[in-house]
Ligand binder design. Structure first.
Ligand code: SAH
Length: 219
């Protein structure tokens, strides 16, 4: 049967390469079946310009214009698996970029707020998400380090750009019992992917892996 995502005519080929990517993610330690299934059934090629679409199911980051990239599928899987553990409703994402990570979060959450500072990227991602039926996403243009005061607190917060320190406003906007996943470190160097959990008395940190992200730009 044709899924609504196969209307581009490369449906079958892309499904095979998608399955291969999922097998690879599994081999590399992604174990959450819901995350794997969501990535298997969510097209990545629609978030990439046509000239690069043939590389959409390779496990690699790709340029999306404006010196930004769509994250590597392994990193998307890993971050999604970490941040969406347990029951949650609202997710705040900083750095919409192409909108691919947003799409994955959207399928696994009740509501996703996604902030992007680059107007063209925000508009493009919003259009793609709307056209492809991701109805529970709210796209916002602005500085993600400020979060969204009027929608706080959030159950989950994910940053897909590297901060030098944990943005304190975002920490305040995380619900007690909530999880935040973010890369911390300087631009142009290895950063550390951190998972933090906010309890009523403290913040529990977990260092997950070395990663490379583009920098979080304030303002
Ligand atoms: N998850 C995205 C990754 C995009 S790269 C994807 O897979 O497509 C990081 C994005 O963060 C870029 O689009 C960049 O413009 C955005 N960004 C950087 N600093 C930001 C900030 N302060 N607020 C919102 N978005 C920001």
């Amino acid at each position: 049967m044709k899924s609504k995502f196969d209307l581009d005519g490369i449906g079958m080929t892309s499904q095979r390469t998608r399955d291969r990517l999922i097998a690879r993610l599994r081999e590399q330690g992604i174990s959450d079946e819901q995350v794997l299934e969501t990535m298997r059934t969510t097209p990545r090629h629609i978030f990439i310009e046509e000239a690069l679409a043939h590389k959409a199911y390779e496990d690699t980051a790709l340029p999306i214009g404006f010196n930004q990239t769509i994250s590597q599928p392994f990193v998307v899987a890993k971050m999604t698996q970490l941040v969406l553990q347990g029951a949650h409703d609202s997710v705040l994402e900083i750095g919409t970029g192409s909108g691919y990570q947003t799409a994955i979060l959207s399928k696994l959450s009740r509501r996703v707020y996604s902030i992007e500072r680059h107007e063209t990227l925000k508009k493009k991602a919003e259009q793609l998400l709307t056209r492809n039926g991701f109805k529970n996403v709210i796209n916002i243009l602005g500085d993600g380090t400020l979060g969204i005061q009027k929608q706080a607190p959030f159950d989950r917060i994910i940053l897909t750009a590297a901060a030098e320190d944990i943005p304190q406003i975002l920490l305040q906007q995380l619900r007690v019992g909530g999880i935040m996943v973010l890369p911390i470190g300087l631009p142009q160097s290895d950063q550390t992917l951190i998972k933090l959990e906010k309890t009523s008395s403290k913040i529990i940190f977990d260092e997950i892996a070395k990663v490379r992200f583009l920098p979080l730009v304030e303002g």
